[in-house]
Structures are given as structure tokens and as C-alpha cells.
Design a protein around this ligand. Structure first.
Ligand SMILES: *Cc1c(COP(=O)(O)O)cnc(C)c1O
Length: 349
């Protein structure tokens, strides 16, 4: 017998990428930014006062909301802060999906959507999205979700759906469209305009990837104030802490530092993709900070993963049907990417 609700008993939890404790591992497995966060963010953390810790934080994180409003040309009422974007995803799944309200997403995509839907005992409709093909916009519309999720750029493929296609999806849906832009900081285009102009679109962002604050936990959503007001009812009273609000606000305001690190990651992405492809390990066209590579077989994705690991280079291998012939490789600093390239050149005959 189990104390858990049937859907919890039946589900498998989310499996995060490994966080090794050995200091010299070249860690290219969880899409962290290889560069440190903005010095302004570190200063903001150092400037936290005892009173800021003694008191509860602002319940809405208004300092950050104001910075985001100015950055993205919306009002404060369009912005919702979260304890990482995963918190925002959790809020939207709880608010928009359930046993009578279908949650829809194209597959493969970020596996957390399915996990959160299971917790909610939500109806789920997955729409097949074969690797490398166009987004199945019509299929997603026909699936009639109360809420539809689209990661753009997608995970784990790294590819970007053009804005016009996302717009067609948003306008064809009766329900809410949640656009997960976790990797958009490394892309050539985004869909923020849809969050400004469509009543049913939420654009969700994170400070973990483009702003190097994965350890801090800060994400946000931008959308119509009516959507934001509804989501506020579902959130924890103090879902973002004082230190995270201060650091995220300072990091977002430091756009010149952001542009600098972003450009370095993008340049390395193009260089690394080119070299790996020459070595026989091509990847889908990436607009993110990682490459979804296809190693030749032999040695195969699992073989390359194990051999890289033995050399102290950690990448992500998804041991599941449809993805198990690929490796997801985070873009690191030039020397780390060089080590990867050198290892791959020895592993692939
Ligand atoms: C990293 C990631 C997130 C969430 O990031 P947080 O660290 O929780 O802010 C959301 N979606 C995708 C696709 C991601 O890769």
C-alpha cells in the first residue's frame, strides 16, 4: 500500500544532470554559462544588509519587475518573478492544467513539462516533432490544449522556430501558449513581442543561462496583466528571496556585460559546431548554448559519452528512444571546447 496519490505513485521524478564534486571535470552537461555572472551582481550580493535578511523580501520582487519592464518595454504589471523558471513552469502547470484541462507540447522537448503535468494529474497530449523538422503547428492547434508549452530554442535540440510560426500557433490556439525562452539569450530572435500583444501568450525567461546565475535561482514571465494577476494567486507568498532579487536585478541591468559573454558563447558555439562536424559529429543548427550532436556508430552516443567521461569531460546522454543516438554538449570556454574537440578526434576513427 502507498500513502501517495495514484498519479504520484505512478510517476517518475525529473532527473537533473550530474553535478560532479571533482574540481577538474570539464562540465559540459547542464548548459550552465562558462563565464561568471556580472560583477554588478556580485556587488549587489555583497551589499545585502542584515535588515534585508531579517525581513521578508518584497512579495513580488518589484525591483526586478521594474528593471524587466524597462528592458522589455512593458509595465511592471506584465512581469512575474519566480524562484528559477522552473518555479514559473510549476505555477503555470498548476494554474492552467489538470484532469479536465489538457496540457499540450511537441515532443521531444524539456522533460520537466511531463513531470509537472504528472504531479497535477493533468491530461497530457504530446504532439510528435521529428528531429530536424518544422514545428507541427497545426497538430498542436488540433490538440486543443488549455495550455500549450513551446521551448524556443527547444531543448534538447537547440533549434529555433521562426517567430512567424510561433505567432501562427499563438493565434490558432484557444488556450494559453507558454513560450519557454530559457535559451533565447543565445538566439538571433525572440517572441517577446507576442507577450506584449497577445492576451494568451506568456514568455518565460531564466537568469540561469544567459546571465550565469543558475546557482541563484531566478526566472520570470512576461505577459498580459490578466494572466500575471491569475498566476499571483497560485504562487508562494514570498517566492523570490531578497538576495536573488538584488543579484538578478543588477545582472539584468548590466546589459553590456551580458552582450559581451553572450557574444563569446555564440562565437564558440559556431567554432565548436564546425570542428565537431568536420570530425564526423554533426549537430542540429543551434541557437542555444549547447549542441545536439550525432556521433557515428560505432562508437555510438553511449560509447562517446563513456569515453569522454573517462577523460574527465562530462556531456549529457539521454538514454531514451529517439534521443539515444545523440549527445547534448554545452558550450564551454575555448580551452574546454578545445579539450572536447581533441578528445572527439581521438574517439572517432
Ligand atoms: C534551464 C531551463 C529552464 C529553467 O531554468 P531555471 O534554472 O529553473 O531558471 C527552463 N526551461 C528549459 C528548457 C531549460 O533548459
Amino acid at each position: 500500500m502507498s500513502y501517495f496519490r495514484d498519479n504520484i505513485e505512478a510517476m517518475a521524478g525529473y532527473v537533473p544532470g550530474e553535478q560532479p564534486t571533482a574540481p577538474d571535470v570539464i562540465k559540459l552537461n547542464t548548459n550552465e554559462n562558462p563565464y561568471p555572472p556580472s560583477p554588478r551582481a556580485l556587488e549587489a550580493i555583497a551589499a545585502i544588509t542584515p535588515d534585508q535578511l531579517r525581513r521578508y523580501p518584497h512579495p513580488m520582487g518589484n525591483a526586478f519587475r521594474d528593471a524587466a519592464a524597462s528592458q522589455f518595454h512593458v509595465t511592471r504589471d506584465h512581469v512575474l518573478c519566480g524562484n528559477g523558471m522552473d518555479d514559473i513552469l510549476n505555477l503555470t502547470v498548476r494554474a492552467f492544467s489538470g484532469p479536465e484541462a489538457a496540457l499540450v507540447y511537441p515532443s521531444p522537448t524539456y522533460t520537466l513539462y511531463a513531470v509537472l503535468a504528472s504531479i497535477q494529474a493533468s491530461v497530457v497530449r504530446e504532439v510528435a516533432w521529428p528531429l530536424g523538422s518544422d514545428l507541427p503547428v497545426d497538430g498542436l492547434i488540433k490538440a486543443k490544449g488549455n495550455v500549450t508549452y513551446l521551448a524556443n530554442p527547444n531543448a534538447p535540440t537547440g533549434t529555433l522556430v521562426p517567430r512567424e510560426e510561433v505567432e501562427r500557433l499563438a493565434d490558432g490556439l484557444n488556450g494559453v501558449l507558454c513560450i519557454d525562452e530559457a535559451y533565447v539569450d543565445f538566439a538571433k530572435a525572440d517572441c517577446m513581442e507576442l507577450a506584449r500583444t497577445r492576451p494568451n501568450v506568456l514568455v518565460m525567461r531564466t537568469m540561469s543561462k544567459g546571465y550565469s546565475l543558475a546557482g541563484m535561482r531566478f526566472g520570470f514571465a512576461i505577459g498580459d496583466p490578466d494572466l500575471i494577476t491569475g498566476l499571483i494567486k497560485v504562487k508562494d507568498s514570498y517566492n523570490v528571496d531578497a538576495v536573488a532579487i538584488a543579484a538578478a536585478t543588477a545582472a539584468l541591468k548590466d546589459q553590456s556585460y551580458f552582450q559581451e559573454t553572450r557574444a563569446k558563447v555564440i562565437a564558440e558555439r559556431e567554432r565548436t559546431a564546425g570542428r565537431l562536424s568536420e570530425l564526423g559529429m554533426p549537430s542540429l543548427p543551434s541557437q542555444s548554448n549547447f549542441l545536439f550532436c550525432q556521433p557515428p556508430n560505432p562508437p555510438g552516443a553511449a560509447g562517446v559519452y563513456e569515453s569522454l567521461k573517462a577523460r574527465g569531460i562530462l556531456v549529457r546522454y539521454f538514454n531514451c528512444p529517439g534521443l539515444d543516438d545523440r549527445l547534448r554538449v554545452t558550450i564551454g570556454k575555448p580551452k574546454q571546447n578545445d579539450a572536447l574537440i581533441a578528445a572527439v578526434s581521438e574517439l572517432i576513427p
